[in-house]
Ligand binder design. Sequence first.
Ligand code: S3P
Ligand code: PEP
Length: 434
Amino acid sequence: MELKVGQAKRLEGTITVPGDKSISHRALLLGSLAHGETVIENFLQGKDCLATLRCLRQLGVKIEEEGEGRLRVEGRGLGNLQEPEEVLDAGNSGTTMRLLLGVLAGNPIFAVLTGDASLRRRPMDRVTLPLKLMGAEIWGRQEGKLAPLAIRGQRKLRPLEYTSPVASAQVKSAVLLAGLYAEGETSVTEPALSRDHTERMLGYFGVPVKREGLTVRLKGRALLQGRPVRVPGDFSAAAFFLAAAAILPEGRVTVREVGLNPTRTGFLEVLEAMGARLSVEVTGEWAGEPVGNVTVESSALRGVEIGGEIIPRLIDEIPVLTVVAACAAGKTVIRGAEELRYKESDRLATMAQELGRLGAKVEVLPDGLIIHGGYPLQGSRVQSHGDHRVAMAMAVAGLVAEGETIIEGAEAIDVSFPNFPTLLATLTEEARGK
Ligand SMILES: O=C(O)C1=C[C@@H](OP(=O)(O)O)[C@@H](O)[C@H](O)C1
Ligand SMILES: C=C(OP(=O)(O)O)C(=O)O
């Protein structure tokens, strides 16, 4: 599918965005392991979360769809998943495969997991290694590094004190979920704080997770109690519209009821440092997650240097941040972001290449990018590389490029934000009509 985006001067409006992807996955997973029912509202009906839903049904979990974004999950309790008859397909979703492996490690069943071509290239040893240390048996291509993977879980796992070499919420979550099946305390220490949705939701379901600095720990064999979960809007989806408002000559966007968990909102700190006008208002808490409204208005932007602990707090926003940087005066340097090479595409390479097609000046570093901002962009044909965030970032770039930008492979957007093209068209058309 192709997505065509024309240059726009104005983007204005108040919107909501679909439910958070990370929280939607976790609500399904924890709901499945809990006692009693979990009703999920504002569940993200993107392909990634639907892959988790399908896998859990294959594992015997009853999940009813009660209407738009409303699901009723009948929890099976810990260790009661059924052996699937068929291969479990995580599609394009790293979160599905890695978190599910953590859960399967503690169930005495055999399962095979696969995914699409992109997922079958992404490193799985970062979770299979600690899970094997806990007692799970896992096989896969390249010594268990790549999917398809086969796993045989154990009724009882060994607790683990794990120091992760990467700041990854998927690694942290896989080990914590497996830790639920271990007798004793399991801990994970990470090099920088990654998103903490698993810790928050475990607490909300009645399993306390203690944090000391960069270490989190939980006691295994605790009972999870099913709870209603209303999923906040996805900050990573909102970021595309916030970025567009910041870089267009006449931009002003408010996103309401969006998740404002500080482990996710590093992008706002960077926008502010670049000179963007923005305001944030926390209005409440949904299932242990802060929620509120964010407004960003157009303003003159300047380049910044980022790296270190902020990177995991804006990891999925870096593709669109490179677009903002291309529109800012001066140089932006992003370092310490090597993890982007292991996403749906190598996002350092793909963003540099595709933005380059529009005339942006981007240098690729081993662990980041240098963007020389301020060069005028020219519409062109670009590719998504099968990566939803690259597709949406390039659509935002298309708004400021002269002429028309055509994004090939735009169907990738369906994994996290199916109504993105419609919402973008609505906001720019409404603004044009004014
Ligand atoms: O745990 C999660 O829900 C996610 C964690 C991040 O990945 P890593 O854990 O690989 O950094 C992020 O990029 C991904 O979109 C979702
Ligand atoms: C990296 C992402 O997701 P996942 O790892 O779940 O495929 C993402 O959504 O940008």
